[in-house]
Design a protein. Structure first.
Length: 181
């Protein structure tokens, strides 16, 4: 839940920084209200399958995003792209910090760090390609992502020593235990 709130806060800052005109704000508000109503209607519709409901919701989210981007001026679109790049840079920085912490905590060699970094980048590229492939159904996308995540777990076993793997799994369990409190 905390993550969603954080994302919402970031989104609000971006909207504010885009400096929308009054007309844009009104149109955005109308689009958001329409989106919420359509989502509520889908939730109440018991005559469709769960899969159909999810597919329709996914289409509504894409439509909402397209309408938002259509509202923006070229300058605002450029500003939005800048925000996206800054968010990606921040994410990459945090990822590097986590890898450095992992190196210290698990006593990783430079070779292991390089292997983990390369593996992470390859995994990220595969996941991005799957998410951007609009030819895949939601179910196919989920299956491919699950397969990549499983392969990811197995690759850790080849990079880390048995002792490091055990320690890493213990740390993950502790982290999950702290989150459940």
């Amino acid at each position: 839940m905390r993550k969603e709130g954080h994302h919402h806060h970031e989104h609000g800052k971006v909207i504010k920084a885009l400096n929308l005109t009054e007309a844009q704000q009104q149109q955005l508000k109308a689009n958001n209200e329409s989106f919420r109503e359509q989502m509520k209607a889908l939730d109440k519709n018991e005559g469709i399958t769960v899969k159909e409901s999810r597919d329709r919701k996914e289409a509504l989210v894409k439509d909402k995003k397209a309408k938002f981007e259509a509202l923006l001026t070229p300058e605002q679109k450029a500003k939005l792209e800048t925000f996206k790049k800054e968010r990606t840079a921040k994410h990459d920085s945090m990822s590097a910090k986590r890898l450095e912490k992992m190196k210290v905590t698990l006593s990783l060699s430079d070779k292991q760090v390089t292997a983990l970094k390369a593996h992470k980048e390859a995994t990220h590229a595969k996941l991005k390609a799957i998410k951007e492939n609009e030819q895949l159904s939601r179910t196919e996308r989920q299956a491919q992502i699950a397969a990549i995540r499983e392969a990811n777990k197995n690759s850790f076993k080849t990079i880390l020593t048995p002792e490091q793997l055990t320690k890493w799994q213990e740390l993950k369990k502790q982290k999950m235990d702290r989150r459940s409190i």
